[in-house]
Structure formats: C-alpha cells, structure tokens
Design a binder for this molecule. Sequence first.
Ligand SMILES: *[C@@H]1O[C@H](CO)[C@@H](O)[C@H](O)[C@H]1NC(C)=O
Ligand SMILES: *[C@@H]1O[C@H](CO)[C@@H](O)[C@H](O)[C@H]1NC(C)=O
Ligand SMILES: *[C@@H]1O[C@H](CO)[C@@H](O)[C@H](O)[C@H]1NC(C)=O
Ligand SMILES: *[C@@H]1O[C@H](CO)[C@@H](O)[C@H](O)[C@H]1NC(C)=O
Length: 295
Amino acid sequence: MLSYVVIIICLSHAILISGSPPIVLWHGMGDSCCNPLSLGTIIKLLKRQLPGPYILSLRIGSNIVEDTSNGFFMNVNHQIDYVCKLLNSDENLSQGYHAIGFSQGGQFLRAIAQRCPNPPMLNLISIGGQHQGVFGFPRCPGDNETICNYIRDLLRFGAYESFVQNHLVQAEYWHDPHKEATYRKASIFLADINQEQTFNEAYKTNLLKIRNLILVKFLRDTMVTPHESEHFGFYEENNTSKIIPLRESSLYLNDLLGLKIMDEQSRIKFLESDTDHLQFTDQWFIDNIIPYLQD
Ligand SMILES: *[C@@H]1O[C@H](CO)[C@@H](O)[C@H](O)[C@H]1NC(C)=O
Ligand SMILES: *[C@@H]1O[C@H](CO)[C@@H](O)[C@H](O)[C@H]1NC(C)=O
Ligand SMILES: *[C@@H]1O[C@H](CO)[C@@H](O)[C@H](O)[C@H]1NC(C)=O
Ligand SMILES: *[C@@H]1O[C@H](CO)[C@@H](O)[C@H](O)[C@H]1NC(C)=O
C-alpha cells in the first residue's frame, strides 16, 4: 500500500515537471490574440517544439475585434493594468512564465515586468519591440489605410497633446528627438517606463528579477523608425543623422533600469534578423528563440 502511494506521488510529480514553463504572448499593432495566420502559426510552432507548455495569447478586450482596436486606441497604461490582473488571476502562471512580445507587445511586456512582478516573468523576449519609441509611421499593419491615415493625422495634430496621449497607443511611444523636453514631460507611457520622469526604484528592482532580456532587431525593418529602437538605440537629441546605441545612452550609463548590470552579466541577448519587421522563418525562430523557452 505504501509503495503504491509513493508511485502515485512520483507519477503526479513527473507530470507536473514534464512540461516547459508557461508562455505568454502579446501581439502587435493591427493584430489580435487569435489570428490563425500570425500568432496562430507561432502557437502551433511552440506546441511542436516544446513539451506541452501552457500558452496564453493575450486578448485585450472581450473579443477579437475589440482586441485589434484596443491595439490602436486603448490607453496603454490601462492595458498594462488589465493584463496584470489577468496574469495575477491565472493559476497556471503562478510558478512563473516566459513572455514573448511582438512589435509594440515587446515594450508592453517590459512594462509588465517593471510594474507587475507577480507572477514572476522568467525570460522576456521582445521581437521587434520599440524600447526607445518611434519617430515616424511609415507603414500600416493590416493594410487598413483608413486607420493608418487617421493615426497619422492625430500624430501630426499633436502627439503630445493630452487628448492624443490618452487615446492613441502609438502616441504613447512617440519619441520626437526634436522635442525631447516635451516628450519627457508629456509621454504618458514610454517616458515613464524609461525612467525619464520621476525615478521609480521598483521598475529597476523588478526588471532585474527576470533571467534574460532577449531583444530582436530587424535589419531591414520598414515599419519601425528607427529600427535601432528594437535594441534600445535612438536618435541623438535634435539629430536624426546620429543613433546613440544603448550602451552610450544615459538610461544605461546611469543604470536607471538595471540594464547595465544585466548586460555585464550577459543577461541581455542582442539578436538580429536580416529581414523586414516580424518576417522571420520558422527555422530562425526554432534556432534563436526556442532555446530560451525550454526551462
Ligand atoms: C490551466 O491549464 C489547464 C491545462 O492546460 C487548462 O485546462 C485550464 O483551463 C487552464 N486554466 C486557465 C485559467 O486557463
Ligand atoms: C478599416 O478600419 C475602419 C475603421 O475601423 C473600418 O471601418 C474599415 O472597414 C476598415 N477597412 C478595411 C478594408 O478593413
Ligand atoms: C534641441 O533643440 C531644442 C529646440 O530648438 C533646444 O531647446 C534644445 O536645447 C536642443 N538640445 C540640444 C541638446 O542641443
Ligand atoms: C548630426 O550627426 C551627424 C553624424 O554623426 C554629424 O555629422 C552632424 O554634425 C550632427 N549634426 C549636428 C547639428 O550636431
């Protein structure tokens, strides 16, 4: 009888540890949680390559249409709160999870790491995320010119007007190198998570809790200007001919987010793909990303 019980315990323990850690995905602009052609493909790939992880593809809102529209028009700070509650209440994530953000989902998940340390994030993988923001809106995802033109009009009208800040996601990481002072004061999202307003000690403490930060930059990106932002690089103030890379930025030199510490411990992985925005192959993903999801 005793050995029977022991076997049962061993078996159930084996089942508990057999899967790889859970994975949380945050889609990009113009996309949704559940598009079979985008994140659907990724989810299938993850299931083929890993032993049965629990996968949560974030849906911001109560259906796919809302989710897509919220990627343009729902205040990012409210999205972060919404997702934090969702992660908190998901019992399957309580032991920790890996996070993969696509495009703007990359900087949004970094905000989750900084503001929402429970449940614990393990590796943070940012695929084409704009960590220093964007200055330009050259192309529209999903090819909806109506939405695209509307967003351009709003950004032109005044990205740092409080009405635009509160209602347009892309304005909340709009970074105008000719208006650094205004950006710092008015940006309700990016300037906050990048410690350019008041210094928030918890942002640094919390980000340092993750194991690794994996940053993917697309070398032929026609969607993100400048694409160096995907590795935390950005234009020099008042000079769009010059890029200041992460290691020369004040964010890094003053170590406001712990990035210098992480880098010195080789916990930041600077990956590149020689393609356009998010245009990687299955094999590239298997070779470069899957290793960070295995344990
Ligand atoms: C937790 O994972 C199990 C197994 O994958 C699943 O059946 C269950 O619905 C998940 N719970 C939540 C809250 O999603
Ligand atoms: C583009 O978006 C607008 C506003 O949401 C919508 O009314 C229109 O049907 C969309 N057009 C296409 C081609 O999807
Ligand atoms: C950048 O230009 C603005 C506006 O012309 C000016 O106020 C600011 O001092 C300049 N910054 C630097 C570092 O030159
Ligand atoms: C802007 O940067 C470029 C490239 O480093 C440099 O040649 C140029 O002098 C800079 N312009 C100003 C106004 O500082």
